[in-house]
Each structure stands twice: as structure tokens, then as C-alpha cells.
Write a protein that binds this ligand. Sequence first.
Ligand SMILES: Cc1cc2nc3c(=O)[nH]c(=O)nc-3n(C[C@H](O)[C@H](O)[C@H](O)COP(=O)(O)OP(=O)(O)OC[C@H]3O[C@@H](n4cnc5c(N)ncnc54)[C@H](O)[C@@H]3O)c2cc1C
Length: 371
Amino acid sequence: MQKHLVLVGGGHAHMVTLKHLHTFIEKGHRVTVIGPSKYHYYSGMGPGMFSRTYTPDDIRFATEHVVTKQGGSFILDKVVKIDPAAKTVFLEKGDPVSYDVLSFNAGSYVPWDQVDGEHTDIFSVKPIETLLMAQARVLELITQKKISVGIVGGGPSSLELAGNVWQLARDQGNYMPEITIFAGSSLMSRFPERIRNMAYRSLHKRDVKIIEQDYAKQVSKGRITLESGAVHEADIIFLAVGVRPSTIFKESGLPTGPDNGLLVNKFLQCTEHPEIFGGGDCIYFQDRPLDKVGVYAVRENPVLYHNLMVSLEEGELQPFDPGGSYLLIFNVGGGRGILGKNSLMFDGRLAFWIKDYIDRKFMREFQEMEK
Ligand SMILES: Cc1cc2nc3c(=O)[nH]c(=O)nc-3n(C[C@H](O)[C@H](O)[C@H](O)COP(=O)(O)OP(=O)(O)OC[C@H]3O[C@@H](n4cnc5c(N)ncnc54)[C@H](O)[C@@H]3O)c2cc1C
């Protein structure tokens, strides 16, 4: 019997499902993919795109083309609500879509809670497309005058962005900006001391200021106010305060974890509705919380593909094993990186070279589907 598979978001966890979309069609099923952009951008290469190490084409995947080429339908829209009893998703603009099996890879967003008033010259590090607008604005200003750039947040995205703002200005600007990171408690506080020291060293070499032990309380056009009362001016402000899963699950009354991510069991299956699945940043994995890193989304791929297929056909669901530790490499700009896996930690050109090799290989594999 023909069934309807609906995929929400064409992110990292749906890549294998998208690659094999034709296998659902060949078995007589309908597939619809819903997403707010015709493309999916690979966030791991986002800061590198900002500094022009990569072009937008290098880091994006033509979701709509890949879906329609294989006989699926693509709807350019955003899911805003789910009615699990009626097995229907509601869209921001278009008509509701009903499903037999539904899978979420709707990612995460950077909260704008601290932002007050006008949003002019304030950019968040996600969605990655935003970095393109930010790049154009920074370039416009740094060719004319010396500006200040404030980056709110003290994690890896702040580190990567600071290094890549520096690189963009070095390579393309007439004036070097004054870059400040407002790191909250302390820079890269979740990471081992050696990685943190490498991060400090890299930022100090580029004259990036780091403000610690003081959280940003309010951000408004050109201004960052800290909890201590200190006020800092900045021509451009980036929000890199961490990410949260989409709020659609909570708002739809689906079971969620403490971060509002869709609560899924070991089969990446919603704990209350067996025909709903999910992967990537938008889920809360019941067995153990997972870091919001692309590595897990990528590891979830084959399990999601298998479990979606057996839910439409027959067979046993496969459990997801998150696996052990993972390799992290930060692109700190200027062709340099910081690499860490277990006790192996080093920085420099080799670290970036490894990241560049892995990231380009990952993108090539998925861009192959576009042919
Ligand atoms: C600047 C930056 C750099 C990073 N670098 C790394 C790195 O080097 N390595 C690493 O492992 N992790 C990195 N991360 C973390 C990584 O980005 C995330 O863990 C990863 O993107 C999660 O993948 P995802 O597919 O779940 O979400 P996303 O990549 O966010 O994809 C979600 C998709 O869903 C779509 N979507 C969103 N809302 C809706 C909706 N309502 N309806 C329909 N579609 C929707 C979006 O358009 C998008 O295509 C980085 C994050 C940032 C911000």
C-alpha cells in the first residue's frame, strides 16, 4: 500500500535518506521534503565561508534539486505545528500536509532573547545563510573605516567567528576591526585546559579582546550591556550564545526533553508516536543527552534511513549507538586550526588542513547526488 513519508528539514541527519530517496519511490511510496531553503548549508564550513576560504557553493547542498530529481516533492516552507492525532503538519504559508511516517531534522536556532529593539547590524551565527549577509556588511564597512565587532558568547562559534572576521579583514579590508568576544563566564569553558590555552593564544595573536566573568544582559543596535552594568559599543554584533532545538515540538504538545528537543528513544523514534522520528540538533536522545554537534547528526543517518524504511514496509527497527568520543577541529582563521580528540590536541596549519580535507570530502560525497 502506498504511504506518505514526510521529511521536515534537509539537514545533516537526513543526508543518507535523501541520497536514497528513490528507494522509497521505487517501493511505491510518496516522499515530501519541507524546508525553508532550496539549499542546506554545512555549518562546519560556515565560518570559513564568512572569511571567503569557501564560496557558498562549496558548502551547500541542493536539497530541492536532489529531492525532485529522484521523484519526491519539495515544499519551500517552514513547519510551524504538528497534530500527531490527525497525522498532519502545518506550514507557515502553505496548506497542511498529512503523513503516514514523519521525520524531523529541523536543527536548532540561536536565541535572540537578549536583543532589544532594532536588529540592524546584529547577526546570529545560525542559520548559516545569515553569515553571508553579515560578510557583505562587514566588507562594506571595513573598506571605509575602522570598526568594532562584538561577538556575544564564549564557545567554539565565537572563537571561529573571531578568527574568520580577522582573516576577512586581513585579506579583503582596508582597516583591521577591533574584535571583542563577550565570553560570559569564561572562554571555551567546556573544553580541556590545553584546548583553551590554544584558543587564548590564537586570539591574543590577533589582538582579539576577551571579556570574561560578565554575561551580556542586553544587546541592542550598536550596544552590548553586561550584567555588571558596563556598556560596550560595537558597529557589528554577532550572537553566538549557543543553540536551542526548534520550539515546534513543545508548542505541538509532543514529548520533549529539558531543552525542548523532540524526545526520542534508542530507535530515534518519538516516545509517544511511533510513526514520528528525528535526528540532529532538534532531538533529545532519551538514553543520554548528546552534544549539539554535527558528528551525531551524521552518525544517525543510516539508522534513520533504515528505521524510516521499515516503518513504511516491514522489519525490525535498528537502535542508534552514539559511539565514543569524537574529533573536533576548530577553524580559527588564517589557515590554522585547533584539533582535539581524547588526549591528542594540537593547533596550527596541520589541524586546519585535516579539517578542510574532512569537510570538503563530506560535502563532495553529498554534492555527488546533485549530478
Ligand atoms: C558556526 C558553527 C560552526 C559549527 N561547526 C561545527 C563543526 O565543525 N563540527 C560539528 O560537528 N558541528 C559543528 N557545529 C554544530 C552543527 O552545526 C550542528 O550540530 C549541526 O548543524 C546539526 O545538524 P542538523 O541537521 O540537526 O541541523 P541544521 O544544520 O541546523 O539543519 C536543519 C535544517 O532544517 C531546516 N529547518 C529548520 N527549521 C525548519 C522548519 N520549521 N521546517 C522545516 N525545515 C526547517 C533548516 O533550513 C536546515 O536545513 C557548528 C555550529 C555552528 C553554529
